[in-house]
Every structure is written in C-alpha cells, then in structure tokens.
Design a protein around this ligand. Structure first.
Ligand SMILES: [Ca+2]
Ligand SMILES: [Ca+2]
Ligand SMILES: [Ca+2]
Length: 563
C-alpha cells in the first residue's frame, strides 16, 4: 500500500521532487505529507515522531524482552545480547519506507545484571551484566544497533531489594560493616505480615531479622539511608552515560520505602522517585522511567501526577482489555478505556495486555485467535503508550508457573524453534509448531501481521499516537467504537467483538465533535461503506452504518468531511 503511494508521488515528475525537497527541508519529514495534502486527506508516509523527539516515550510502541528467551547466538541454549542484535530487523529495520518489520520503537530489557536466579530479579552486581547474556561490549553494541534503527532501549531497574548473595548483603551481616545500614534490621521479629499475607521479616545467620517484602532471597534495601540513595543514583548515571541506555523500568516500585507496617505507596516512596526523576533528567534530559506499581489505578496515577515517573503501567486496563473482549462488551470497553485515560489525565499511561508475570494472552483467551486480534486492536489503537510482551504478537501460549510464561521465542516450526541450535534452557511451549514468526509472516491474516500493520499504522497517524479519545455508544453493545482526533486528523475505530455479524449499527455520543457527511477512508480492516452522515442527536450526534460489520472484525477509517 505504502510503496504504491510513494511510486505515485514519484510519478508526478522531477519539478515536484524539487518542491518536495524544499518542503522537506522547510517542514521536516514528520508533518510533510499533511502540509501537502491538507488535513485528513492521506495517510502520512512517515512515522509521526522521530527518534530525537524529546518526549519519545509518549509516542513509542515498546517491546518487552526476556533476554534468556529471545535468541541464542552462540549455541549454549541461552538467549543473549548478540542474539537480540541479530533479530533487531524483525523488530524494526530502521527504514520508515518498509512496513515488513514489526515497527516497535523501544525495547524494555528484563534484568540484565548478574544474579543467582534464572529471571534476574535479585541482583548481585549493578555495574556489569549477566555473563550468560554476553559482555558489556555486546550490550553496548546491541544498544548502538538499536539506536541506528530508531529503537530506544530501557533496562529493568531492580532496586527495591538485592539478592541475598549480593556482597553488600553478605557484608551487612556484620553490624560493624558500613553496609549494615544498607538493609533493614530488627533485633526481634516484628511479626507483622506483608501485602500478600507473606512473611516479610526473615532470620539471618547473625541472629537478627531483616526485612524482605518479596522473599527471604530478596532483602529490601534501606532507602532512608542516604548512602543507598547515592549509590543507586550513581548506578543509574553509569547506565545512562557509559552504557547509553535510554531509561528504566522500575521493578516493584510501590514497595521502595516502608513506613512501619505501611509497605506500599508511602509518601516517602513517591518523594524518593520524584528526586530520582530530577536526578536522572539532570544527567540525561531525554531519559525516562516507567514504574511497576501493580495496584489500582487510583494508586498508580499518584506516581505520574507527582512526576515520580514519566509513565506507569495501567494494570487495571490490562484486565479491562482482555475481559471486555472475552465477554464481547464493546460499549463497556470504550467507556472503561476512556475512564482510565481520564484518571491518568492524559499523561504517562503505559498500556499492555500481559507481561512476564501473567499468563500469556493467548492462554487467557483459551486459544481464541479472533479475540487475540481484537484485544491487540483495542490496545494498539487506544491512547497511552502500548507495550507488547515478546511472543504475544505471534500468539505464543503459556500459563504459570513463571518459567512457562517466559519460554523461548518461537521463530520457526523447525527444531528448537529457530531459538537455538541446541535444546533451550527451558523447553519450548507446544504452541511453537503453529504460533511462530516464519509461519505467520507468510499468512496475511495472521496475528503477527495484524500487530505489524497496526503498530506501523499507529506510528504514522497522529490521531492514534496522541489524539483525544471519544468513546461512542453502539447499538448493539457488542460493537466497540471510538473517535480519536488530533489537530490534523480524525480516525474512527470500529470493532465487532461478537461472533455474529452486526447490521444497521447505530453509533452515538452526547459530545460528538462532528456533524454532516464524512467519507470513510479505510486505514485498516474491512471497508464497510464509503461514507456516513452524522446527525445531531440531543446535545451530541449519531450515525448509522447500514453495511454489515463482519463478526469479530476490526476497522480503522480516516474521517474526511464532504463539503
Ligand atoms: Ca547464548
Ligand atoms: Ca521499517
Ligand atoms: Ca522496600
């Protein structure tokens, strides 16, 4: 589609190319096509925002990678940095003229530090990398190659606690050690439990009790000690300056500083992260953070409203997206996306369907590919910054325990799924024979091709990147619909969540921003019909689609006013 458009533009001849070049130099590539053709008339051929956008995370699509499970470059059965580097072109080839790549613009690497565990969420050294994954130079190379392709890289920053094998904690056993106060000690067992009813006070070999909110292997650091704050800030500086990472995903953020038995979302925690944000912006103004505050939206938004994080994950929205699609409740889906966006006040909403702590989407949906597509459509056309968990785009399956939702990436149906030349560190999920990159690349209707199309379309259309969101009420209520609008563009979202087609569907809103006849310019999915007429209704407006909307289908249209 896009290549044809380029050819059409090139076909008008050299004089126009000269004007094109002048316009390019004048306006830059991002808004150029809109300047030429006016609002709403064509699909911009280039991503809306560039790599150098100072607020890049607001306009990105992220991809979460478990390094151990992505791609093994040296045949030891363990994924590594060089393996990821070799697969970067799959994620984004750096060429805006191609849309054969997935098109993501940022990567979140799960923990890369040395650790006694397979997952790495218990760090023994913050200044180097896990030798299973390669060397510091391998990681530097990965980051440089990602940047060349327009991909930012953030790392998982696991700072609430360390490993109990961290030399700091080993030394801290001695009450005379300078590291003793880096952890939280008690002479006697305070006895109270943690947020999940778990033991949080653990007996150490020295006879004292130490605090660890997650497990006894993960002693919490003491952030009321300024030496700990200074050390972690200097670690952050190292990664931003020496290693050139672009930011941090903050693990277990809500548990940073306890206030007695209050072990989550304390005022001191929110304030510590405010200072941390000021600190790292001072070092690198374009660096960002996204917090893991696994809690109600009421709690998560405290961190973005207070500028403790640039973004935090909307865990509530993840369940909304999947549950409403599963139950085919389109109106409810639209109104709940809108409520979340309003709670976040249009700022810092990191959206996702699943992550490394949840059953995989395809398993949550019991293998229903049509619903996986609808959930992806809802995610990738919603406001906020979407995160895709590796393998989600091919419909990999996996249910807890944790190892089973973090299995090797499924590149092909061949032996070891193209992940490695040897048997992988963890057995492959059985879904790999059909749910894999090679097979799905060749199938136009695959889940992978839907992710690829929608990510590329999103990043080329300003209304989808950062436009407003207006939920529409559809009748029947199983149809999901919304209008997204930016200064230059209006896009209509329609998805029929039901397994039955819907005809004569009526759409309305009490605050409809449009009125009159509009051409429907197809951007994605079924064309449905050529135009709609939006009539005033009450204080708002409504329209009816006479065309039948196929079962479990989704479409995007640019709305162009007919004068
Ligand atoms: Ca390896
Ligand atoms: Ca490309
Ligand atoms: Ca803590």
């Amino acid at each position: 589609m896009k290549a044809n458009r380029v050819r059409r533009i090139l076909g008008v001849g050299l004089p126009v190319l000269g004007i094109a070049l002048a316009a390019f130099l004048l306006f830059g590539p991002t808004r150029l096509f809109q300047k030429w053709f006016g609002a709403n008339s064509v699909i911009s051929n280039q991503p809306v925002y560039s790599f150098d956008d100072p607020q890049w995370w607001d306009h990105a699509v992220f991809y979460e990678i478990f390094v151990r499970s992505f791609s093994d470059s040296n045949g030891d059965g363990i994924g590594d940095f060089n393996g990821i580097t070799q697969k970067l072109d799959y994620l984004n080839d750096g060429d805006p003229d191609t849309t054969t790549d997935l098109g993501i613009t940022a990567i979140w690497l799960m923990p890369i530090f040395p650790s006694p565990s397979y997952h790495g969420y218990d760090v023994t050294d913050y200044l180097t990398v896990n030798p299973d994954y390669g060397t510091l130079d391998d990681l530097k190379n990965l980051i440089a190659e990602a940047h060349i392709r327009g991909i930012h890289v953030i790392i998982d920053f696991v700072i609430n606690h360390t490993s109990d094998e961290n030399p700091w904690f080993v030394s801290a056993q001695d009450s005379q050690s300078e590291y003793h106060d880096w952890y939280i000690w008690s002479q006697t067992d305070p006895g109270y439990k943690g947020p999940w009813g778990e033991d949080v006070w653990h007996k150490a070999a020295n006879g004292l009790y130490y605090y660890g909110v997650f497990t006894s292997d993960m002693p919490d650091l003491n952030y009321t000690n300024p030496a700990v704050t200074a050390e972690i800030q200097s670690v952050a500086k190292y990664w931003l300056t020496e290693m050139n990472v672009d930011g941090f995903r903050i693990d277990g953020a809500r548990h940073l500083i306890e206030e007695g038995k209050t072990q989550a979302n304390t005022q001191q925690t929110i304030q510590w992260f405010q200072q941390f944000l000021t600190y790292y912006k001072g070092i690198k103004p374009t660096a960002m953070s996204v917090g893991e505050v696994w809690d109600s939206t009421y709690q998560t938004i405290k961190y973005t409203q207070a500028d403790s994080f640039d973004m935090d994950f909307d865990f509530n929205l993840a369940s909304i997206l999947i549950d409403q699609v599963k139950q085919a409740k389109g109106n409810s889906l639209a109104s709940q996306i809108n409520s979340e966006w309003k709670l976040y006040q249009g700022k810092g909403m990191a959206t996702f369907l699943s992550n490394h702590d949840m059953d995989r989407v395809m398993s949550q949906l019991a293998g229903n590919v049509a619903q996986a597509k609808l959930a992806a459509f809802a995610l990738l056309t919603a406001p906020g910054t979407p995160f895709v968990y590796y393998g989600e785009e091919i419909g990999a399956e996996g249910q807890k325990p944790d190892e089973k939702i973090r299995t090797p990436m499924q590149w092909s149906a061949s032996e070891n799924a193209g992940f490695s030349t040897v048997s992988p560190w963890e057995p492959l999920d059985a879904s790999y024979s059909t749910a894999n990159v090679a097979t799905e690349k060749e199938a136009p209707d695959s889940l992978l091709n839907l992710y690829r199309s929608l990510i590329n379309i999103r990043l080329r259309n300003p209304a989808l990147v950062d436009g407003s969101y207006l939920p529409l009420t559809a009748n029947p209520a199983s149809v999901y619909s919304a209008i997204r609008q930016s200064e230059d563009q209006t896009i209509l979202l329609i998805a029929n969540l039901s397994d039955q087609p819907a005809a004569e569907v009526k759409f309305s809103s009490a605050s409809m921003p449009l009125q009159g006849e509009y051409r429907l310019i197809p951007l994605f999915g079924s064309a449905l019909q050529d135009s709609i007429t939006i009539a005033p209704a009450g204080s708002g407006g409504s329209f009816t689609l006479t065309a039948e909307i196929p079962a479990e289908s989704s479409s995007l249209f640019i709305l162009e006013s007919v004068h």
